[in-house]
Design a protein around this ligand. Structure first.
Ligand SMILES: [Zn+2]
Length: 40
């Protein structure tokens, strides 16, 4: 079962990986295509 973590809001790619947490403890994601970071 693959958990859908959405897509890049910048380029629309689904090639997203988890990228640790920010200082607030929120999960961060990194787009492997455009290197944009996002939170849920
Ligand atoms: Zn992207």
């Amino acid at each position: 079962m693959i958990k859908n973590i959405g897509f890049c809001t910048k380029c629309g790619s689904e090639n997203i990986v988890k990228n640790g947490h920010n200082v607030s403890g929120q999960q961060q994601y990194l787009c492997k295509d455009c290197k944009a970071r996002r939170s849920p």
